[in-house]
Design a protein around this ligand. Structure first.
Ligand SMILES: C[S@@+](CC[C@H](N)C(=O)[O-])C[C@H]1O[C@@H](n2cnc3c(N)ncnc32)[C@H](O)[C@@H]1O
Length: 189
């Protein structure tokens, strides 16, 4: 079995900042690699709702091609936002805001939107559909793979997942990033 690929430098730096802050709620590497790959297909402005300590942002940044694309990310907790800001202090393609994600409503449309605030009620299709440009991509993380339809989580229909997978404004797919984790990727039609 071969070793997994090295982490990009910017992701290593984000992990160091997370460790110093004692913060563990970051996206897993499998999702990070997916974010990097998607970011490599994007121009324009990408946005993240819920920065945490900047690990997901760092994965997005690692995939960015060229100097035109930008990433803006909002974190409600000012201490976390400050810590994440350190990672990108010298990087004028990344902006970390200590703010509610709703601050980003005025800055779209986005070419990629990573919805990771951990607040499922805030990330309905209706709440964000107009923020995404045509052909833009939305990523939602932290689902448990489920083989039945409609999807069930903790004994209940997972209405958020159902909504994202069926809304006619998007073409969406649930992708397993590990045997116990899946992600929804949705492209605006
Ligand atoms: C799962 S963590 C984010 C992990 C990060 N995206 C990553 O991949 O490393 C969720 C973060 O969202 C933040 N958050 C929760 N509600 C928020 C809101 N309304 N606006 C901005 N950030 C929020 C939390 O403080 C928490 O740090």
């Amino acid at each position: 079995m071969s070793a997994s690929p090295d982490l990009p430098d910017v992701v290593e730096r984000a992990f160091q900042v997370s460790r110093r802050a004692g913060y563990v709620s970051f996206c897993r590497n499998e999702t990070g690699r997916l974010l990097a790959m998607l970011a490599a297909t994007r121009d324009g402005t990408m946005a993240e709702f819920g920065t945490g300590c900047g690990v997901g942002t760092a994965w997005l940044r690692s995939g960015v091609r060229g100097e035109k694309a930008r990433i803006v990310t909002a974190e409600l907790d000012p201490k976390l936002a400050k810590a994440a800001g350190e990672i990108f202090a010298e990087d004028d393609q990344v902006e970390v805001l200590a703010a509610d994600w709703s601050t980003l409503l005025d800055r779209g449309p986005y070419s990629l939107l990573f919805l990771d605030s951990g607040q499922p009620g805030q990330v309905s299709v209706d709440a964000v559909a107009d923020l995404v440009e045509d052909g833009g991509i939305v990523v939602l993380d932290d689902f448990t793979p489920c083989e039945v339809w409609p999807p069930i989580t903790y004994g209940r229909v997972d209405t958020l997942r159902e909504e994202w997978l069926t809304d006619p404004r998007f073409t969406a797919v649930e992708v397993m990033v590990a045997s116990d984790a899946s992600t929804i990727i949705a492209t605006k039609r």
